[in-house]
Design a protein around this ligand. Structure first.
Ligand code: FVH
Length: 291
């Protein structure tokens, strides 16, 4: 366990350079490595040390933060000369986006080579890093998280620790991204309606942003409903959404705009209604997805 303010950063892409800068800002001794060395120039000018190899970077600090394009890139680095041996006694915080399977395999590899391992999923853009509310999902052994937490807090104040299963952060990242992309698809269909009606699409975006706090409360309620398994309605039964999505589809057909999103949504709600779920909470639709 080291409490020296030192860290190694592997990967100097859009995210990696911000990670290294945040550590420098907090007075850490930062050792860098990147496949393309000249990306380190500005950071070296601020006092960071550029290692000649990934292995040398790992050996320079107890803790290393890796943030590269994907797990293929991470595996390419792990396969480099001396890296496996350099892992012994290290703590690797892997912030590269990966799948739950990637995380399980990476943790096993790290443990085989004597390293402690944490899986992290950054849920922010580079310019949102380092804030008190920057969200970062983390999973891995409790003691390892406890050691790494002060350094991770330099990068993100909004850390959510998801327990000892290394795959948890990757799985939760994909679950939350599913919510974001699903919302995005609906938002883009709404933008098509706005364009077709001649609305200012920026104004439409502001209106949607205005309902987000209420929508956030609704999502929390629906998550609790699913966890409880009690889908008896408290307010609006699913059949209201069956009608609403049908109306969105009909409007798209009448307007001659894309019906891709509303046909998908209306189809799911119609199937739920046909399955007798119309009188239950909207979240009861998950019963269809479990089949
Ligand atoms: N940028 C963002 O908004 C998102 C926010 C949420 C989290 N993601 C994840 O962060 C990982 C890194 O993303 P990035 O935006 O920094 O990615 P790039 O700017 O494209 O930099 C990629 C770095 O990866 C290195 N790299 C790529 N392939 C290899 C390889 N085969 N061997 C070694 N390194 C490799 C690349 O090196 P170079 O091109 O500079 O030599 C960069 O350092 C990512 O998982 C996001 O999902 C970011």
């Amino acid at each position: 366990m080291s409490n020296k303010k030192e860290v190694s950063v592997l990967g100097l892409g859009a995210m990696g350079v911000v990670i290294a800068r945040l550590f420098l800002d907090q007075g850490y001794k930062v050792t860098l490595w990147n496949r393309t060395a000249d990306k380190a120039d500005a950071l070296v000018a601020r006092g960071a040390v550029l290692a000649r190899s990934a292995a040398e970077a790992l050996r320079a600090s107890r803790m290393a933060v890796m943030c590269v394009y994907d797990y293929r890139a991470a595996d390419a680095i792990f396969a480099m000369d001396g890296v496996a041996a350099a892992m012994d006694g290290r703590l690797l915080a892997q912030l590269t986006t990966g799948s739950p399977k990637d995380a399980r395999e990476a943790e096993a590899w790290a443990h085989r080579h004597g390293a402690a391992y944490l899986e992290g999923a950054i849920q922010a853009a580079p310019d949102q890093m380092g804030r008190p509310d920057t969200p970062l999902l983390v999973s891995g052994a409790q003691a390892v998280f406890a050691e790494a937490e002060p350094l991770l807090k330099v990068l993100a104040g909004g850390i959510v620790y998801l327990g000892e299963k290394a795959s948890a952060a990757a799985a939760m990242d994909l679950a939350t991204l599913s919510s974001i992309y699903g919302t995005m698809l609906g938002f883009l269909h709404g933008a098509r309606i706005a364009e077709h009606e001649g609305f200012d699409v920026a104004e439409y975006g502001r209106i949607v942003a205005g309902i987000m706090p209420t929508f956030a409360g609704f999502l929390q309620h629906e998550g609790a409903v699913i966890q409880s398994g009690d889908f008896a309605i408290t307010q609006s039964p699913m059949r209201i959404s069956v009608e609403a999505t049908q109306r969105i589809l009909q409007t798209a057909q009448e307007a001659g705009i894309s019906t891709e999103f509303p046909a998908f949504a209306a189809g799911l709600f119609r199937r739920a209604d046909a399955a007798g779920l119309g009188g239950e909470e909207l979240a009861a639709l998950i019963k269809l997805l479990r089949k």
